[in-house]
Design a protein around this ligand. Structure first.
Ligand SMILES: C[S@@+](CC[C@H](N)C(=O)[O-])C[C@H]1O[C@@H](n2cnc3c(N)ncnc32)[C@H](O)[C@@H]1O
Ligand code: SF4
Length: 466
């Protein structure tokens, strides 16, 4: 077995299972598949871990054929070499010696098994979307489902000790939710799992209320989200108070003084309102000897992020971005986790900026080419949303949008009708494909249906598309 293989494809589908109270599952936070029932035993966990969706994804990763998969746009996959190379960031942060099934997993991964015979080492629960804040960049706080406590307890009964290395809890706000807290208590009180890591992602504001529980967890990894300092913190974390945040953070810092097994990590989402705080954030973490990592915004609701998402929208200049990031990098010179995340952020931003420039260039040329001839845009989703601030996109004579989604057909989008793709020819002989993930599929459909009766335009440079 070659454990030093230079393969860089993601290992999450070989290690991790995320379970969402909304009856969805997946290997990571970027992929969600629907499930019929919340799993309550080992067998149903294995059915998900070896589901057709997981097998298909493993095959795609192994063959590097990611067409139609969110992996194509994954920041971990694209810009970091190590995020999912057997240890997700948290496990790596805590210490590889805590992994129990390394060999088994490495064998399955390097030998390219698409079906595995071990339990996921990392079980992550999206316990509930309920939250005490309404952060401007977040789409939580909508669904009301809660991961059922009885089912969780039943799962714990079924597993042997050390079968699962890492239990993660993400919300909403886990510390707000009594059932989520009870799940953590159950785990904590179960001696079978005394070596497992308990990983909680929190906004930190309820630490005081649950400090005794947090202190009692044997191997705690607490990721505390904080995206800016003082006014910008309060601006983006709507409902949160900076003073309260600091008070709660200090409590857990004091607890860490006594219990060195408490691992703290600050997580900071970088957006328009917090960019200027980057360096201050690094200083803040440095002074308190806490690791800090930065993340860009995910596009889970692009339209809601128009004021903040400078990765997708033209909101700042590259100079301003670089000025802030370079200063923060200097301050973070002896903070490897922070530095690495800043490097990834910088690379990500610039690839997005380059992509925007390519879009502008593409649509300027397309406009000249079309000379006001009618065009149908195939796609009416997130991809179009990204093009909305490119003026040349709207200079085109768009007569309709086409979409294969039956629910959308007949409705209006940007004041134009959404039509069935089989009717494109009734509207125009020019089609622009507004989808990165399904570009080839759509192109094949158009070629099969219309042969040379239409001209197809697409943004072909996939490397830079999301
Ligand atoms: C959904 S929250 C749940 C946990 C907890 N309420 C918190 O704020 O940490 C988990 C993490 O996702 C981050 N997050 C929320 N919306 C995001 C977005 N649009 N892009 C990137 N990260 C986001 C939060 O900042 C937080 O670090
Ligand atoms: S605290 Fe967390 S879950 Fe709640 S709105 Fe903010 S980012 Fe979302």
């Amino acid at each position: 077995m070659n454990t030093n293989s230079n393969k860089t494809y993601c290992s999450a589908p070989w290690t991790s299972l995320h379970l969402n109270a909304k009856k969805s599952f997946g290997p990571c936070c970027h992929i969600e598949y629907k499930m019929d029932m919340i799993p309550t035993d080992k067998k149903s966990i294995m059915n998900l871990f070896n589901s057709s969706e997981f097998i298909e994804l493993r095959k795609k990763l192994i063959s590097n054929n990611l067409e139609g998969s969110p992996c194509l746009n994954c920041i971990d996959m694209k810009y970091t070499q190590k995020a999912y190379q057997f240890y997700n960031a948290e496990i790596e942060f805590f210490g590889k010696e805590n992994l129990t099934k390394q060999k088994q997993i490495q064998e399955a991964y390097f030998k390219k098994f698409t079906i595995v015979d071990y339990a996921p080492i990392d079980l992550l629960f999206y316990t509930s979307e309920k939250c005490n804040l309404k952060c401007i960049f977040c789409t939580q706080n909508i669904a009301s489902e809660q991961f059922p406590l009885d089912e969780f307890n039943h799962l714990l009964d079924e597993y042997e000790s050390s079968e699962i290395d890492l239990f993660s809890f993400v919300g909403g706000e886990t510390l707000l939710n009594q059932d989520s807290l009870s799940m953590i208590e159950s785990l904590n009180n179960n001696s079978k799992f005394s070596k497992s890591l308990v990983h909680i992602v929190t906004n930190g504001l309820l630490i005081k209320k649950h400090i005794e529980l947090l202190k009692s967890i044997k191997n705690l990894i607490l990721i505390i989200s904080v995206d800016g300092i003082e006014a910008s913190y309060e601006h983006v974390r709507v409902g949160g108070s900076w003073a309260e945040f600091e008070y709660n953070l200090n409590l857990i810092l004091e607890a860490r003084e006594i219990n060195k097994n408490i691992k703290l990590l600050l997580r900071s989402c970088v957006m328009n309102s917090t960019l200027h705080d980057l360096n201050k954030m690094v200083q803040y973490a440095k002074e308190r000897e806490i690791d800090l990592y930065f993340s860009p915004l995910f596009n889970n609701d692009l339209a809601a992020q128009r004021e903040e998402n400078f990765y997708e929208y033209d909101l700042i200049t590259d100079d301003i971005f670089d000025e802030n990031i370079d200063l923060a990098m200097k301050t973070a010179d002896n903070m490897p986790i922070t530095l690495d995340s800043l490097r990834v952020l910088k690379e990500y931003y610039h690839s997005k900026s380059k992509e925007r420039m390519q879009f502008i260039d593409f649509f300027e040329k397309l406009n000249q080419n079309l000379n006001n001839a009618p065009i149908v845009v195939y796609g009416s989703g997130e991809f179009v949303d990204k093009l909305l601030n490119i003026k040349y996109f709207f200079s085109m004579n768009i007569v309709a949008f086409a979409d294969s989604d039956l629910q959308k057909q007949g409705k209006k989008f940007l004041n134009k009708e959404i039509i069935n793709p089989n009717r494109i020819i009734d509207y125009a002989t020019n089609v622009f494909i507004a989808s990165a993930a399904f570009e080839t599929e759509i192109e094949n459909f158009l070629n099969d249906t219309y042969q040379d009766k239409i001209s197809i335009y697409k943004l072909t440079n996939k490397e830079n598309l999301c």
